[in-house]
Design a protein. Structure first.
Length: 470
């Protein structure tokens, strides 16, 4: 392992594996610290973590008796950042074109190794299994990020959804999933009265609601109307009069012009009501031409597939390019920058929204989303805020996470190279800490090489919804 990241027991002076090191006290010396509130970096004199929380920031530890503390020495070119959030973190994969299943072995590691210490799945294919995964991670039986369970979709995206579900039934469903530990809810394909009932009941429990909404077309919900209902976040589409109800949101988005009164009006509504916007900027580019600045591999992601599945995927005919989604990717870059320029930067969050079919995986997609923000014209410091403090506030956990401040839970990532000069340096992850536990990204990544998907034809049914082949 890298000698300058040697974890040293202060009184014994030896190096040990970083794969999952936990002691009562961890001290990080050297490097540069990103202030996620002010948006700049400062030299790190000393960062003390005790019992899983930031105990001291900017501490003078020279000459101190560190006892049996775990001490990490960084170089001047190492940068300490708050742990990243992915607020549209699909764990879902669809390797055979038969429907999505949640991947629960490799995906938690892929997220964590990329510095993502908190995830909101934004609709789970199997909420019970995802709840169980969260519990295994929480008690230390599995490695992974914090999972803020979203439970099932509320709307037609949920298999078996009752389109006529009453407000009372919505309330009962929310009651049940809150009891299962769900921390927030996601609506997709929901009717107006159902969304209103979902928001009311979720807020009764202090839970947030986000939505993949539409234009009002065919009894869908325009984000403008959802904001009036009290929704907390909106995915993908800003909505408003720029998306008239006589056609779908996608049909309007390809033509959206940020230099219009309708666009200005909906942006002002977000800002006035403090509603967060999860842009999922890079999500559409996977289906388009794949701008090489963003979508070129920076590591061999497909090595995490089993050899059996990798062979199948690499032998498939060339994919079809979606011209609509290619257009949407570039339109969203312009409209997001306009939203930011209008004063909405404090409301933008990071979400990847990439249910994988085997070529790219969500953990690495976080890096592409950050890069897309900067290519859209967003300053790197603010792009990092989208992934940290903004996201924590959007999920209602800003008092505990999102920045490196005394008293907050000790989640951070260390990268080599200044990400404010080149945001792609966030890919150079050399250490991740979650709740005071230190992980070596390279080691944990190696543990899941060749694990995604079935090992042979006999196991294929296990990677299809409900174990079916159809």
């Amino acid at each position: 392992m890298n000698v300058r990241l040697c974890v040293i027991a202060a009184t014994l002076g030896f190096c040990s594996s970083l794969s999952a090191q936990t002691t009562s006290t961890v001290v990080i010396r050297g490097g540069q610290l990103f202030d996620g509130v002010l948006g700049h970096t400062v030299p790190n004199s000393g960062l003390v973590v005790r019992a899983g929380r930031f105990f001291e920031v900017g501490a003078d530890v020279d000459g101190s008796d560190l006892g049996d503390a775990q001490v990490i020495e960084l170089s001047d070119d190492d940068y300490i950042l708050p742990g990243f959030f992915d607020l549209h973190a699909h764990y879902a994969v669809d390797l055979f074109g038969r429907g999505r299943v949640d991947e629960r072995k490799a995906y938690p590691v892929l997220f964590l190794a990329n510095g993502v210490t908190s995830t909101f799945p934004a609709g789970e294919m199997n909420p019970v299994e995802m709840r169980d995964l969260r519990m295994r991670i929480d008690r230390g039986a599995a490695i992974g990020p914090r999972i803020f369970n979203s439970g099932p979709y509320f709307g037609t995206a949920r298999p078996g959804w009752n389109r006529e579900m009453t407000a009372e039934e919505i309330h009962e469903d929310v009651d049940y999933w809150v009891a299962q530990g769900t921390r927030g809810f996601k609506a997709k394909g929901i009717r107006p009265y159902q969304l209103r009932a979902l928001i009311e009941r979720a807020h009764m429990y202090g839970r947030t609601v986000t939505g993949h909404l539409d234009s009002g077309f065919r009894n869908s919900v325009n984000p403008r109307d959802a904001i009036a209902m009290g929704i907390d976040r909106v995915e993908h589409f800003l909505g408003g009069d720029a998306m008239p109800s006589d056609r779908s949101a996608y049909a309007s988005l390809v033509e959206m012009d940020p230099n219009t009164a309708a666009f200005d009006s909906i942006v002002a509504m977000y800002i006035r009501h403090g509603v967060f916007f999860d842009a999922t900027l890079s999500a559409y580019g996977y289906y388009g031409e794949r701008d090489p600045k963003v979508y070129a591999y920076f590591t061999d992601e497909m090595q995490y597939l089993t050899p059996y599945v990798r062979g199948i995927i690499e032998s498939r005919p060339p994919r079809q390019v979606s011209e609509q989604f290619e257009t949407i990717y570039w339109v969203k870059r312009r409209t997001l920058k306009a939203f930011y320029d209008a004063g909405g930067g404090h409301l933008i969050t990071l979400g990847t929204d990439h249910p994988s079919w085997g070529e790219f995986f969500s953990g690495f997609s976080v890096q592409r989303e950050l890069h897309s923000f900067v290519l859209a014209g967003i300053p790197a410091a603010d792009a990092l805020k989208f992934a940290t403090m903004n996201a924590a506030l959007a999920l209602g956990v800003g008092s505990q996470l999102g920045s490196i401040e005394v008293g907050k839970l000790a989640d951070l990532v260390v990268v080599t190279g200044n990400p404010l000069e080149d945001i792609r340096n966030t890919r150079n992850t050399i250490l991740v800490m979650k709740g005071g536990t230190v992980y070596d990204p390279a080691e944990i990544l190696q543990s899941v090489v060749g694990t995604i998907g079935p090992r042979n034809a006999d196991e294929e049914l296990d990677w299809m919804p409900r174990g079916r082949g159809g």
